[in-house]
Design a protein around this ligand. Structure first.
Ligand SMILES: Cc1cc2nc3c(=O)[nH]c(=O)nc-3n(C[C@H](O)[C@H](O)[C@H](O)COP(=O)(O)OP(=O)(O)OC[C@H]3O[C@@H](n4cnc5c(N)ncnc54)[C@H](O)[C@@H]3O)c2cc1C
Length: 367
């Protein structure tokens, strides 16, 4: 049997980043069911960094992640992780209260009237839009480069990635876990459950009752823009109630109906109805016409009931650590969340400034 100090289950951005943080201090094996890391949610995101997105806890972990994305160390990557792109939260007249509440809650947002919005995104319909809030701190992320950089750092620190290794059983005996996978058994002192949409199922393998994490399907696709439209510098445009968003993507426009349909943990596929809803919302908000949809895809965003992360040891099973519930923010928060999680796994006390965060993300709140 192979042995390790820690087995991390799932090689999406959550598992890869925490494995990289842990490997300098512990012997870590990262196991992934698929034949390549990042196949599920991580490979299907809209690849955006939006500081104003999510609740206060999410925003604090986004802030903790910003420096690694804006100025990564030379030995971590030689490509740019983040290319700046603003965000506009777009409101109709009947969404004025939503925009006002967001403006109140998040500092650093600039209010735009409809002319200001149209100056930045000329295809916005003047009869549809009323106002916008501009967040100038956003950016496009190179998710694959980020994932590969974490995996490289992990391997350099002596970590071992095993793909095609589905975890099928988790048994605790004495002070050790036996992790039974489709490619052999591993003994370890601790397991980190970073299995994304499968996190509750993975806990079930250890005999633990589910915490109520719900995977929710989100759909996206690309459309062509008219030849005379230069969209390169457009911001990401998000509806104030998050009912759709769009952003430039390599000469095309990435569009999403911002759907949140509860789903079993599966290899998610786009549904026709969600594509149609997105086209309807986009064409009402803009002067664009959609002749053809390219490369539709869907992925799962997995949420705890309070839409906050689930990170910490499970009080019901010694050495069982949760790193789950990243919802729609798992990429933009990965550097900060993984550093924080690694400290907890290693038994170090986080900075007293952040003691409230330990409570806010503690799995015990659902037990
Ligand atoms: C359409 C869409 C747009 C999004 N846009 C953004 C965005 O712009 N910005 C942002 O920050 N976030 C975004 N997100 C959310 C982000 O993608 C997720 O929060 C993040 O990828 C979650 O990472 P993860 O590692 O937890 O999950 P995953 O990437 O799904 O990784 C979990 C891994 O665990 C493996 N696994 C599961 N069970 C087992 C088992 N029993 N044994 C072994 N392996 C197992 C799976 O195969 C999988 O590879 C978006 C998501 C979607 C779907």
């Amino acid at each position: 049997m192979h042995t390790a100090d820690v087995v991390v289950i799932g090689a999406g951005i959550a598992g890869a980043s925490v494995a990289a943080r842990l490997a300098p201090a512990a012997k870590v094996i990262l196991v992934e069911r698929e034949d390549a890391p990042g196949y599920h949610s991580t490979g299907r995101s809209a690849a955006f960094f939006a500081p104003a997105y999510g609740n206060e806890v999410v925003r604090r972990f986004t802030a903790k992640s910003e420096s690694l994305y804006r100025s990564p160390p030379d030995d971590f990557t030689d490509v740019r992780f983040l290319n700046p792109r603003d965000v506009i939260f777009l409101g109709r007249a009947d969404q004025a209260a939503t925009l006002a509440a967001q403006e109140e809650e998040v500092s650093d947002l600039e209010r735009l009237d409809v002319d200001g919005v149209i100056r930045l995104v000329p295809v916005i319909s003047r009869t549809y839009a009323d106002a916008g809030l501009l967040d100038a701190g956003g950016g496009d992320l190179d998710v694959d480069a980020i994932l590969q950089a974490f995996l490289r750092a992990f391997r350099r620190a002596g970590g071992e990635l095993v793909t095609n290794a589905e975890v099928l059983g988790l048994e605790r005996s004495g002070d050790r876990w036996t992790v039974r996978t489709s490619s052999g058994e591993i003994g370890a002192g601790a397991v980190v459950n970073a299995s994304g949409a499968w996190a509750d199922e993975t806990a079930g393998l250890a005999g633990l009752e589910a915490l109520g994490l719900v995977p929710k399907r989100r759909t996206a696709f690309l459309i062509d823009l008219p030849a005379d439209v230069d969209s390169r510098d457009w911001p990401l445009v998000v509806d104030a109630d998050e009912e759709f968003y769009f952003k430039p993507d390599a000469g095309r426009l990435l569009v999403s109906p911002a759907d949140e349909t509860p789903s079993a943990p599966v290899d998610a596929r786009p549904e026709e109805i969600d594509l149609a809803i997105a086209v309807d919302r986009l064409t009402r908000a803009t002067t664009l016409e959609v002749a053809r949809i390219h490369q539709p895809w869907a992925g799962l965003r997995t949420f705890a009931p309070d839409k906050t992360f689930v990170v910490g040891f499970d009080p019901r099973a010694e050495g069982f650590f949760w790193l789950a519930g990243q919802g729609g923010y798992g990429v933009q928060t990965a550097p900060g969340l993984s550093a924080f999680a690694a400290e907890l796994v290693l038994g170090n006390t986080p900075d007293s400034v952040d003691a409230d965060l330990v409570q806010a993300i503690d799995p015990a709140r659902f037990i």
